[in-house]
Design a protein around this ligand. Sequence first.
Ligand code: FES
Ligand SMILES: [Fe+2]
Length: 335
Amino acid sequence: MSNVSRVVRNFPSPVRKRIYNMVPSEGENGVFTQSWFAMAMSYQVPTGKVVGRDFLDGRIVLFRGENGRVVAMSAYCPHVGADLAVGEVIGNDLRCAFHHWQYGQDGQCVKTGIGDKPPKGACTFVFPTQERYGIIWVFNGEKALFDLPDFPYPDDEMEFGHPYEPQELSSEPWTFCANTPDRQHAVVVHKMKLIEEEFHDNFVWDSFGFKFTYWGQDQDDVPLETTLAIRGTTIFYRSGFYGDFWRGSIVGFGLPRPGHLTMHATNYVRKGPKAQEQLERTHEVSRRTLSEDREIINTMHYRPGHLIKADKSLARFLTYVRKYPRAHPSAEFIR
Ligand code: FES
Ligand SMILES: [Fe+2]
């Protein structure tokens, strides 16, 4: 037997104090932020087509009837639950593939395939929906609480295009939106040269987001005069001068399931002989910005910890998201 005695040293235990001031995750306690979610590009839902989309940890369908209107409704048929995404658009209605029950644009069952009268309560959940900026937007709620932002020019005075295809990232929409008020991030990752020292003083807040205007230069030394905004928890907006031309951008986020976002982007320039060139330059900047952000956004767990003075507007945004209205009125329908 060895009689080597073991010496146990007691190190002082480190301070492991949790200092995070968390923002509730989407889906926490069964609710989601009430915002306009981008569900598809307009070109993905032509007349006569139905598409299925994962949304709020459930499933919805988008379809466009003969009258051109896009409708967003819960996907599972109230008869016995077939996914209406495999159904067919008939006129302005959507017909379930399983037993041919047919649903109007208000979600009400208007007829059954066999000819029996449809039950009174047979209806889907129809979401407030609008189509704007080449994107189909769906509001998480019975009624929209705010509207989409406007650009300073009418639609028919602008050219638009999409810098990239819709895509999914492993993060929640609000975490990507939190990049916008994050001054440290703008400077170190996107290499923005912000002339305006009082970045934080330019913010104008309301109940559904903020906007601020800054003057500076981007990483290519192009002078900028730009207004940036976040609306709700899902809409990034940019409008202003990039060198000698105006450009506008809108990015809408979808939320297929907690911890994931989809992004849908549209850029605008003013009509004119240089429009295509300007639009292409705007797309390049959008693609570059996304490539600078992608790996960070895809891998981070957003935990507000040690914030500093430069994080003043970011801190306010995080408080805004913590207090943001949350609900899930379609819960019983979309799962
Ligand atoms: S499940 Fe849709 S009609 Fe039966
Ligand atoms: Fe960013």
